[in-house]
Design a protein around this ligand. Structure first.
Ligand code: FPP
Length: 230
C-alpha cells in the first residue's frame, strides 16, 4: 500500500464535451467524484492523499470557467468539510492562498483549522499550486534566512529544501495517478515526485471509480522500485 498517493483530476472538460454540456458541468461532476474518491482512500487506509484541483497556470482559462471553478470550490469545500470531519480527515491546502478571493481564503483557513487535530488521512488539496512556484518560494525563503544570518549556505541540503515546501514533514508521494489519457506531470509535486511511480489511465476523471483506483494500486504493487539502486 502506498503511503502517499497523488491524483491529477483531469478530463472534466472532455467528459462534458462528449455529452454536449458546458465544461463547467464536467467540473461539477468532477468535484462530486473528488468527494467519493477521497472517502474511499480514507476508508482503505491510505495515509496521505494529494489531489490537484487548480494549478498556477489554470488562471489562463476563460474567465467564466475560472469563476465557475471558484464557486465550486466554495460550495464543495463547505459540504466536503462536513463529510471529512466525520471521516476524521485532516485537510491541508498546498499552494499560494493569497491568489484567492478573501472569502475563499477564509474558508480555506477555517477548514485547515477545523481539521488540524484530526488523526486520520491527510488530504492535501493543491489549489493555485505549481511545483515550480513552490520550489521558487523555498529558494526565496532559504535565501532570506542566509541573508538574515539564520542559516549558512552549507546547511542548504535536500532536507532544507523539502522543509520549505508546502508538504513539509510529509512523506514523498509513492504513486501518482493521472486519469484522462494525458501523459504529463503538469507542474504537479515536481520535487516530491522524484521517485514516484506514475500510472496514467484512459478514463476521464468524472468516470474514475474506486475500481480504477484499485487498478492503479494493483499496478503500483507490481512495480519494482529501486530508487536509483539495483
Ligand atoms: C482538469 O480537467 C480539472 C480541473 C482544472 C479542475 C479540477 C477540479 C475539480 C475536480 C473540482 C475539485 C473540487 C474541490 C473542492 C477540490 P480539465 O478541465 O483540464 O479537463 P480537460 O483536459 O478534459 O479539458
Amino acid at each position: 500500500m502506498p503511503q502517499h498517493v497523488g491524483i491529477i483530476m483531469d478530463g472534466n472538460g472532455r467528459w462534458a464535451k462528449k455529452r454536449g454540456l458546458p465544461r463547467t458541468a464536467g467540473h461539477t461532476v468532477g468535484a462530486n467524484n473528488f468527494r467519493t474518491i477521497t472517502k474511499y482512500c480514507s476508508n482503505i487506509g491510505i495515509p496521505y492523499l494529494t489531489v490537484y484541483a487548480f494549478s498556477t497556470e489554470n488562471w489562463k482559462r476563460p474567465a467564466d470557467e475560472v469563476q465557475a471553478l471558484m464557486k465550486l470550490f466554495r460550495q464543495y469545500l463547505e459540504e466536503a468539510l462536513r463529510d471529512f470531519q466525520e471521516e476524521n480527515i485532516k485537510v491541508i491546502f498546498l499552494g499560494d492562498k493569497s491568489g484567492f478571493a478573501p472569502e475563499l481564503q477564509e474558508l480555506i483557513e477555517r477548514t485547515e483549522k477545523a481539521s488540524a487535530q484530526k488523526t486520520g488521512m491527510v488530504l492535501n488539496i493543491a489549489m493555485n499550486y505549481g511545483g515550480r512556484d513552490e520550489i521558487t518560494k523555498a529558494a526565496r525563503e532559504l535565501a532570506q534566512e542566509v541573508k538574515d544570518g539564520r542559516l549558512s549556505v552549507e546547511e542548504i541540503d535536500e532536507k532544507a529544501i523539502s522543509d520549505h515546501l508546502y508538504t513539509a514533514g510529509q512523506p514523498d508521494p509513492d504513486l501518482i495517478i493521472r486519469p484522462s489519457g494525458e501523459r504529463r506531470i503538469s507542474n504537479f509535486l515536481l520535487w516530491q515526485s522524484a521517485y514516484a511511480e506514475y500510472v496514467t489511465m484512459d478514463v476521464l476523471w468524472p468516470d474514475f471509480k474506486p475500481k480504477d483506483l484499485e487498478k492503479a494500486l494493483d499496478e503500483y504493487a507490481m512495480r519494482n522500485r529501486r530508487f536509483g539502486g539495483v
